[in-house]
Design a protein around this ligand. Structure first.
Ligand code: F6R
Length: 266
């Protein structure tokens, strides 16, 4: 795992977008794993800008979203299907046949989860997975106690996640209680993953996820097992990390990051 601490949310988004940009230009058939949530909104706005102003081409790439609420129709403004089209897909040149989001209205949800896993395999696996993190440490919607080898399945949301997402629905009662989510094991199989987090409300969980012991109580700790995982955080989200100087030193001295430093200084 590597940890990159940047001075602002804008720079976190810029670096994450630059990594996706680089991978997509290298491999136009990239299989991209996508997340939703407030943190991702500015990342998608930046990808849309790059598509419109810098010719970033999505025509051959495939996408797999991490999760979807159960019981919401695709047109429901709270569904992740709607979210993704609203923030990203409607504004880029992706082939709609290459978009994959779990169907939260499938008549047989277990079959839907197996189908989703099969589609990921058929695509050759996820090349680049972007992740956010919940305040209870979930990645995707892998809530506390999720098996570290879990696959795509139905999960109940934790009370903390319901409270975290209530403002988006108007009340806690309106938040669906169950979701389909890729498993921790599914996420760990991605070839590269990048987790982004910003704001002081993420500081404690980032410290536990990066520096704490691996535990199913905090799904994000499983990322310590991933062979190519980068955590990019702003100063506020990095506040509780004990080894900030060490992470900074590694970032300064790792040649891989050299080309990105000029972008970050813009
Ligand atoms: C949803 C997902 C979640 C969010 C997390 C953070 O697809 O992947 O893990 O990334 O709940 O959400 P925000 O960014 O709203 O704090």
């Amino acid at each position: 795992m590597e940890v990159i601490i940047l001075p602002s949310k804008e720079k976190v988004v810029k670096l994450a977008a630059s990594l996706i940009d680089m991978e997509l230009r290298r491999n136009p058939r990239l299989v991209l794993g996508l997340a939703t949530g407030r943190t991702m909104e500015s990342l998608y706005a930046e990808l849309v800008r790059r598509h419109k102003e810098e010719g970033l081409d999505f025509s051959l790439c495939q996408t797999f979203n991490l999760d979807e609420y159960i019981g919401l129709s695709k047109n429901d403004p709270h569904s992740y299907h709607y979210y993704m089209h609203h923030h990203l897909f409607n504004h880029i040149n992706i082939d709609k046949r290459n978009i994959h989001i779990p169907n939260g209205l499938a008549p047989n949800l277990d079959e839907e989860c197996c189908r989703y896993e099969y589609e990921i395999k058929k695509a050759g696996g996820i090349d680049f997975q972007i992740l956010g993190i919940g305040e209870d440490g979930h990645i995707g919607f892998n809530e506390p106690l999720s098996a570290l080898l879990s696959r795509t399945r139905v999960k109940a949301l934790s009370p903390l996640t319901i409270a975290q997402n209530a403002p988006l629905f108007g009340s806690k009662e309106a938040v669906p209680k169950r979701v389909i989510t890729m498993g921790v094991g599914t996420i760990l199989e991605s070839k590269r993953c990048v987790l982004i987090a910003t704001g002081k409300h993420k500081a404690k969980i980032i410290a536990k996820s990066v520096e704490g012991p691996i535990t199913s109580m905090i799904s994000a700790t499983a990322l310590q097992l991933h062979t190519r995982c980068t955590v990019i955080v702003d100063d506020e989200a990095a506040k509780s990390l004990e080894n900030r100087d060490y992470y900074q030193w590694l970032f300064e001295n790792e040649p891989e990051w050299e080309p990105f430093k000029s972008i970050l200084n813009e």
